[in-house]
Design a protein around this ligand. Structure first.
Ligand code: ADP
Length: 221
């Protein structure tokens, strides 16, 4: 699904990621861990094609991203990758159904089709009875589930989550983790950045970063 070979990312004099070799097979579930500033978000942004590497090669879903134009890269990202962040990034005052439906805007689908797909996605995350609620009428955990529904609307094979439980209490965080496990069980490849040791320990594989290097990559059990 994702294959990095000797990938580096530099910001001016600072090297945020170096010598990264990483292969993620289709259908895997893994944690990316490491102290603050160790390069976790940089790695996720590169794997998610939000950022291009400074050097090295990266393949995502079979495509060598160095050979794609920015336009082709956006198309690949829209079709293949869903994102969930610590901040939920939900438009204020907009009902959950429309927030999720807007996730398909760029694929040129009709409104009725988008709404139906959004309803299915919201039911899938257990929010079938919250479709008309606006973000401020939802709990933090529910807001994150709306963000997940939006991320998986087009059934992307790859889901990237950057500290998805970082703003949630432990109960709501547990519900969100359960949902991510369910998506994985359904065949989605799921990559989760977390600083929470307990969460990382529940995932089959852990990639640990330190000072921009992958210092450990292996099975947790
Ligand atoms: P983490 O997610 O593990 O906290 P990051 O990947 O965000 O780490 O950051 C790794 C390093 O790269 C940090 O030193 C950070 O300050 C730096 N960095 C990240 N993004 C940028 C950027 N856009 N411009 C300059 N430096 C950056």
């Amino acid at each position: 699904m994702v294959d990095l070979h000797q990938v580096a990312k530099r910001y001016g004099a600072l090297t945020a990621l170096r010598d990264a070799d990483l292969r993620i097979e289709r259908g895997e579930l893994l944690a990316v861990v490491g102290p603050s500033g160790s390069g976790k978000s940089t790695l996720l942004n590169i794997m998610g094609t939000l950022d291009r590497p400074t050097s090295g090669t990266l393949r995502v879903d079979g495509f060598d991203i160095g050979e794609l134009s920015d336009r082709e890269l956006s198309a690949l990202r829209a079709a293949a990758i869903g994102f969930v962040f610590q901040q939920f990034h939900l438009a204020r005052g907009v009902p959950a159904l429309d927030i999720v439906a807007d996730g398909l805007l760029y694929q040129g689908k009709r409104l009725s089709h988008r709404r139906q797909a959004a309803e299915r996605a919201l039911r899938r995350v257990g929010l079938g009875d919250r479709m008309r609620h606006r973000p401020h009428e939802l709990s933090g955990g529910e807001q994150q589930r709306v963000a997940i529904a939006r991320a998986v609307l087009g059934d992307p094979p790859l889901l990237m989550a950057d500290e998805p439980t970082g703003n949630l209490d432990s109960h709501a965080g547990g519900v969100v983790m359960e949902l991510l496990h369910e998506l994985h069980a359904g065949g989605t490849t799921v990559v989760i950045i977390t600083h929470d040791r307990d969460i990382a320990a529940t995932l089959p594989r852990e990639v640990r970063l330190r000072d921009g290097r992958i210092e450990h990559d292996g099975a947790t059990r």
